[in-house]
Design a binder for this molecule. Structure first.
Ligand code: ADP
Ligand code: ZN
Length: 597
């Protein structure tokens, strides 16, 4: 094994150059310094610790919270010719002994280990007999009690400090909040760490938000842009996950459900299929996704509003880790606003926590309704600036139209007032539109002055007005009054005619203007070769019992298609081909190229 970082990058990983700050991060760790690495998903965190682990003397330890994924991470390393193994509760005694033996023999280069195992003093004592090169703590935000992924076992990882005082530790996460950064440094007791913060921009992701009408149909329309692609569809509830998965299956899509209500076996089978098969659509609650490092997820669709910008960024971040075009798509409507607000109001958390949840939700709602560039808004939220609008989001490509909603808003507010702030949006809109319903008659609302004054807008438009007035703080949906709309203080100036108000026209379809932006484009005449290369990849993957992307990522396969390497040297010059992969897979692909000449 070469002992120099650049050589390992080229010969083992097959990449010509480090990205962004990778070289500095790796250098720091090789020098023995503690580091904190905040980098977006797909940024290339893994080699930041894998390379120092190989360069420094001894075995590298990687703490990772998801035992289901360790197997995959370890197989991917083994494909590169790196001696890696994992220790977690999924191994039987004989397998554990086997790993221990490799360690005793000094053969292991990288060991993945679950936090609950390190939390046991016994395991630490045992590990202390080995020479350790470095310790990486992945998904380090799990140590923060404020985040949504908190894990008790992460708190005891501070013991690594006393157990391995001379071993550099690296904490890595894709969660960007200041709070989690502080908690990581403090709770892990890192020694004056050097902190690396990458830009959180994901330029290959196309962001869009459409107004929710017939959500299932909208989803199906969206999926026509992603035939034969893997993707994740997020729903808020388990019930909706099940229903949506069935709905998609009935329409011929390869959709699988994933949520905490399914038994463990089904969950792990579905997850494994998502990782290994082509073109699976995973319909899931947020229980799915942390640490999924499948590089070729082409889209993340939200059928319901996430809880915050942080959650949205994390969930959509699972798309396009390979840097190829990907889409983050969401449908969102009045019901989402009401539902999420009520979830915050009804939560049993203390007042301070609730206030923070509420302001997080408000930030996300404001972003949904923005007329500015989505990427600028997103980055801004995380404290970064992007000088120019991105040109690759729905608002950049189809600038939303606005309309003067002063009159309509005033009608709505007075109708809320006349009905004594005791009714939800549906009834208020019925009254405005002069509908003859039992509820209208029962309350005598056909006799009030706002009855039937709102026929210039259809129901969907009124819902849009209600939604945007809630988001802008002119009305709110009162959880204690079963979602009744109520006026706020700022509604007074609107009612009195002191304000004019512009609202966004809803958009139901958010298609990227340039299709190529969200799809890997293959020329028609290249299709037969492309399919042959993919078939070859699938056969090799099945032979080795690994996922196709562990043979080669799409980006590597594309380069093979374009460059048509015909010798070992040419094949090695493809990005993503190192020596081990050349030896294992090179001949098979070159044969395919020859046959298709
Ligand atoms: P993260 O863990 O930050 O989400 P990964 O470590 O999985 O990201 O890397 C994302 C993708 O980028 C992987 O496909 C990886 O092989 C690739 N990658 C990382 N570093 C480089 C590099 N220097 N050159 C080319 N590709 C890279
Ligand atoms: Zn934009």
């Amino acid at each position: 094994m070469p002992a120099n970082a650049q050589d390992i990058l080229e010969q083992t990983f097959g990449y010509p150059a480090f990205r962004d700050e990778q070289a500095q991060i790796i250098d720091c760790a090789i020098q023995g310094q503690d580091t904190v690495v905040l980098m977006p998903t797909g940024g290339g965190k893994s080699i930041c610790y894998q390379i120092p682990a190989l360069v420094r003397e001894g075995m590298g330890i990687v703490v990772s919270p998801l035992i289901a994924l360790m197997q995959d991470q370890v197989s991917a390393l083994q494909q590169l010719g790196i001696k890696a193994a994992f220790l977690n509760s999924s191994l039987n005694e004989a397998q554990k002994r086997d790993v221990a033996q490799q360690m005793q023999a000094g053969e292991l280069e990288i060991l993945y280990i679950a936090p609950e195992r390190l939390a046991m003093q016994g395991s630490l004592d045992w590990l202390m007999q080995f020479k350790i090169s470095m310790i990486a703590i992945d998904e380090a935000h799990c140590v923060s009690q404020w985040g949504h992924d908190f894990r008790q076992d992460y708190l005891s990882l501070n013991r690594l400090k006393t157990a391995f005082p001379d071993v550099p530790r690296m904490a890595l996460t894709a969660t960007a909040t200041a709070r989690s950064k502080q908690d990581i440094i403090h709770n892990l007791e890192l020694n004056d760490p050097k902190i690396f913060i990458s830009s959180f921009d994901r330029p290959n992701i196309h962001y869009s938000v459409a107004s929710k009408q017939e959500a299932n149909q909208q989803l199906e329309q969206f999926l026509t842009r992603h035939e034969n692609a893997s993707g994740i569809v997020y729903c808020l509830s388990r019930k909706k996950v099940d229903a949506t998965a069935i709905w998609l299956k009935d329409r011929g899509h390869k959709a699988l459900p994933y949520h905490a209500g399914l038994d463990k076996e089904t969950r792990s089978v579905n997850q494994a299929r998502f990782l290994r098969e082509d073109a699976i659509i995973m319909v899931a609650t947020v229980a799915f996704g942390m640490g999924i490092d499948k590089p070729d997820v082409r889209f993340v669709a939200h059928m319901d509003l996430p809880s915050s910008m942080e959650a949205y960024y994390q969930e959509t971040g699972r798309a396009g880790r390979d840097g190829e075009p990907a889409e983050a798509w969401m449908v969102y409507g009045l019901q989402d606003v009401v539902q999420r607000s009520q979830m915050v109001d009804r939560s049993t958390a203390d007042e301070q926590h609730k206030r923070s949840e509420r302001s997080k939700l408000e930030a996300l709602l404001g972003w949904c309704e923005t007329t500015g560039c989505r990427r600028q808004g997103l980055l801004n939220y995380f404290g970064e600036t992007l000088d120019e609008p991105c040109g690759n989001c729905d608002t950049c490509q189809n600038p939303p139209k606005t309309w003067d909603a002063t009159e309509a808003s005033r009608k709505l507010l007075s109708c809320v007032y006349r009905t004594e702030q005791r009714f939800g949006a549906i009834h208020i809109i019925d009254v405005l539109q002069g509908k003859d319903t039992a509820k209208v008659r029962q309350h005598g609302h056909d006799k009030i002055s706002t009855y039937g004054i709102g026929n210039e807008l259809i129901q969907a438009q009124w819902r849009s007005v209600v939604r945007q007035l809630i988001v802008q703080g002119y009305i709110f949906s009162d959880a204690e009054q079963f979602g009744a709309l109520r006026l706020t203080e700022s509604s007074q100036s609107l009612l009195k005619g002191e304000l004019e108000i512009l609202l966004r026209e809803d958009v139901n379809d958010t298609k990227p203007t340039r299709e190529s932006r969200s799809k890997i484009r293959i020329n028609r005449e290249d299709m037969p070769l492309w399919n042959a290369l993919r078939a070859c990849r699938k056969t090799l993957a099945d032979e080795h019992g690994i996922a196709p992307y562990m043979v080669f990522h799409d980006t590597t396969l594309l380069e093979i298609l374009e460059e048509e390497p015909m010798s070992d040297d040419e094949f090695l010059s493809i990005s993503g081909v190192g020596e081990a992969k050349l030896e294992k897979f090179g001949a098979a692909f070159m044969e395919v190229l020859e046959e298709n000449l």
